[in-house]
Design a protein around this ligand. Structure first.
Ligand code: AN7
Length: 356
């Protein structure tokens, strides 16, 4: 399949998605995101293998969620739904709100109070979603939303909705198309674990249909919210990467299955490691992501440092960069030093800017 920028993932991948001629296509032309070769980071890490960045922040609402949302909302409309609902650490709500607008249906969003990055909240609000902030964490929000769906006529569009997983698996297809095979390793952040479930489904299908050997799935949670690594729910998850501040992942079992069947791992990276990698992506590759996305690179660096990845290995490593850096402006402004302020005078500007 050639890349077709006029088509969203439903039209590009209809042959592997649960859609028919009767499914309305609610799309914002998601997918077809860049796969950027990280040659500067490769040099800095001193490795032989190729490193690719799947820049999912380039989706219409700025995160990978759009791939799943186009399918979930289209199927909801096909079924005659008038409203969708989700719990969210931010990106799902931004995506659900935008696709609901496109479909002309209502969107309800339940978020943990004080734990949503500003960019994401502004998206849900500007798209006119009905946003409720709950005094509780994401896991509590998801419980509430699941209960609401049992008694009210609203469609759940969290990744528990199987159509979300179907749509998100299209990213595996795009990577395999670009490389002509599946990668050898894939590093990615893990929160609610829907995305690792979706990629794994895609890679298994590609093995079946094209004989491509699937990658080892290397999932990374934030150290303060690493329930899968610890083997138990985390009651009060903590991390600077609010997108993955999740203590009881909905797709826990599927993530374990992806890990074990692929010969991969689910491990943790500290906030410090996340921030270091987040800065490295921006400073060395010109790619600005939100902190959660940097867990991919932090995971790769950790495995190199631990000697668990051989730098001499030749093959392809893909890092999934799940969300755009502009989603979380607060963290950027807090972490990076402010520019110096000078008089509007040419000499002062030239000297301060370091122009020679
Ligand atoms: C940037 O928006 O859970 O493991 O409610 O926004 O599939 O949950 C977001 C998750 C990684 C983790 N990177 O993906 C939500 C939400 C970013 C994210 C994840 C999220 P999953």
């Amino acid at each position: 399949m050639a890349r077709d920028f006029k088509k969203g993932v439903i039209e590009r991948f209809s042959c592997v998605l649960p859609v028919t001629d009767k499914t309305p296509v609610i799309t914002l032309q998601e997918g077809s995101t860049p796969l950027i070769e990280a040659s500067n980071i490769k040099k800095e890490l001193g490795v032989n293998f190729r490193i690719f960045l799947k820049y999912e922040g380039m989706n219409p609402t700025g995160s990978f969620k759009d791939r799943g949302m186009t399918v979930a909302v289209s199927k909801a409309v096909e079924k005659g739904a008038h409203a969708v609902i989700c719990a969210s650490t931010g990106n799902t709500s931004a995506s659900a709100a935008a696709y609901a607008v496109k479909a002309g249906i209502k969107c309800m969003v339940v978020i943990p109070e004080g734990s949503i990055a500003l960019g994401k909240l502004s998206q849900a609000l500007i798209h006119g979603a009905s946003v409720v902030a709950v005094k509780g964490n994401f896991d509590r929000c998801l419980e509430l939303v699941r209960e609401i769906c049992e008694s009210y006529k609203v469609e759940l569009v969290n990744s528990l909705n199987p159509f979300r997983i179907e749509g998100q698996k299209t990213a595996s297809y795009e990577i395999a198309e670009a490389l002509g095979r599946s990668p050898d390793y894939q590093f990615m952040p893990v929160g609610n674990a829907g995305n690792i479930t979706a990629y794994w489904k895609g890679y298994c299908e590609l093995k079946e249909s094209r004989g491509y050997a699937p990658p080892r799935m290397m999932g990374f949670q934030a150290a303060g919210s690493a329930p899968i690594v610890e083997g138990k729910k985390v009651e009060d998850p903590q991390t600077v990467a609010t997108a993955i501040k999740i203590g009881n992942p909905a797709s826990w079992q599927q993530a374990v299955e992806a890990r074990d069947s692929s010969g991969g791992v689910i491990d943790r990276v500290t906030d410090e490691e996340i921030i270091k990698s987040w800065r490295q992506l921006a400073a060395k590759e010109g790619v600005f992501v939100e902190p959660a996305s940097a867990a991919s690179l932090a995971g790769l660096r950790k495995y190199l440092e631990l000697g668990k990845m051989d730098p001499a290995f030749t093959g392809d490593v893909v890092l999934i960069l799940t969300g755009h850096g502009l989603k979380d402006p607060d963290i950027a402004v807090e972490t990076v030093s402010r520019p110096p302020v000078v008089e509007a005078d040419i000499e002062e500007v030239v000297r301060t800017a370091g122009i020679e």
